[in-house]
Design a binder for this molecule. Structure first.
Ligand code: COA
Length: 172
């Protein structure tokens, strides 16, 4: 499926958007614009070339921090004790009509690329996600995200893993 992925703005039609999770639908319809304006989140949306202004999926990215105490022992030992800089993929949602067509995967890869390139100017230890339920957790795990030991719905993907993924796709 051909997709256009761009920053969200008010020109997009988001009223028809429905992913099956009211919290996420409401976020896009009511709060996304405010968060962008207040520099709290950046939102990226996908649409198709046929309907370039209809949102069929979106995700949000923001800066965040992670207490290294929350990481698995083997990683924690090699890190400083102060909060680590991370990027938060706060929301990822695909319109029900477009599910299971690879749109989520394309948005996830897009978020990783953006975080990777941003991290060349502002260091990022990992991309973290907050899964809305067990299904969403499994989805993220499929892409290599690791659950934090005591916070099973919060998962992380080290930047080193993202970097390897990007480098291997460039050299392919
Ligand atoms: C979860 C969600 C983002 C997936 O998006 P999608 O576009 O339907 O998924 P994709 O087509 O990109 O799926 C990619 C792969 O993941 C698999 N997959 C999809 N949902 C999955 C799940 N819950 N668990 C495990 N694997 C899953 C697909 O089978 C596909 O596998 P393949 O590449 O081997 O064929 C979407 O269903 C959604 O918006 N759900 C409601 C909101 C939500 O749960 N958001 C998640 C985080 S808060």
């Amino acid at each position: 499926m051909k997709l256009i992925i761009t920053p969200f703005d008010q020109s997009f039609d988001r009223q028809q958007f429905s992913c099956g999770e009211n919290l996420l639908d409401d976020y896009l319809k009511k709060y996304a614009r405010q968060d962008i304006k207040r520099n709290i989140s950046r939102i990226f949306v996908s649409s198709t070339p046929d309907c370039p202004k209809r949102v069929i999926g979106f995700y949000s990215l923001s800066a965040n921090s992670l207490d290294p105490e929350l990481l698995p022992n083997n990683l924690r030992k090699k890190l400083p004790k102060f909060p680590l800089p991370v990027s938060l993929l706060g929301r990822l949602a695909i319109d029900k009509k477009f599910k299971s067509q690879g749109v989520g995967k394309m948005l996830l890869v897009d978020s990783m690329k953006r975080v990777y390139y941003a991290s060349q100017s502002l260091a990022v230890y990992a991309l973290i996600v907050e899964a809305i339920n067990e299904d969403a957790k499994k989805y993220y795990e499929k892409f290599g995200f690791i659950p934090l030991p005591d916070q099973p719905f919060k998962l992380f993907l080290p930047l080193s893993t993202i970097e390897s993924l990007i480098n291997s796709s460039i050299s392919r």
